[in-house]
Design a protein around this ligand. Sequence first.
Ligand code: GLV
Length: 317
Amino acid sequence: MKKVVVTRPVPAAALDLLKERFDVSVLAEGEAERPGALAIALEEAHGALVLITESIGEAELEGAQNLELLANMAVGYNNIDVEAAAARGVLVTNTPDVLTETTADLTWALVLAVARRVVESDKFLRAGRFDRWGPLMLLGPDVHGKRLGIVGLGRIGEAVARRGRLGFGMSVSYWGRCRNERVESELNARRMELDELLETSDVVSIHVPLSDATHHLIGARELERMKTTAILINTARGPVLDEAALVAALEAEQIWGAGLDVFENEPEVHPGLMDRDDVVLLPHIGSGSLETRNRMARLAAENLVEVLEGREPLTPV
Ligand code: GLV
């Protein structure tokens, strides 16, 4: 029987599917983070269901003689050295599509929370400070009818743009490697250079994958170009945004606020962000709906079933 390692407990639907066919071991919470533990766990495995909290490179793969597939339970796969895996004949899969709409929903939760000061208002009320309705109390900018700038028009960027256009009547601009004429006509979207997008958007939302080319794509220079009333959202990957530059921009009141679900050195958060009311900070829960986490785990497991039974992976990277 082939052996499968699951690096942390995941939804039962995926485990059941794997247990019917393979000899499955599930590492305890935190075990994969112990130095060397992952390399040992992968030594005997034919397949592994891994998560974005695990970095997998040469060192982890060195002794993994039987390994056929690393099934990442995420759409992003910057945690895996795909070239090192390919050099050893190890396939890598991710979980695209199943999390697109859920992540777009959370992106919008952040947009509205920052604009309308939802978290700050909740804290205000709980602190006993709501003594009467106030005409000037906790005001923030409107979102509907404004301009939305999408940085990276992939699946999630498009889903966020669709909500902005159809739900909030926003005009949509995007910056991306390729032109997308379908989205341009469906959403009346305009492709523009990054600088122009930053200068003209009221909400800027980041949706590029992390790579050498996108590391610190948004830094001091880019933040300076944004409107002082603008909101910046990042539900993609932390290092795309220079967090120290963001803190400086917020301190200088260069932008209105920011909503972040991802951080440069997760799970650490820049201390300069922690006490600010103009940021909303979430612990990387973009895909965290009950339904979607089940779908992601199940797709990762299905990839393992396909590959370990000698068929093609469903969603190779
Ligand atoms: C989560 O961050 C993912 O890439 O799926």
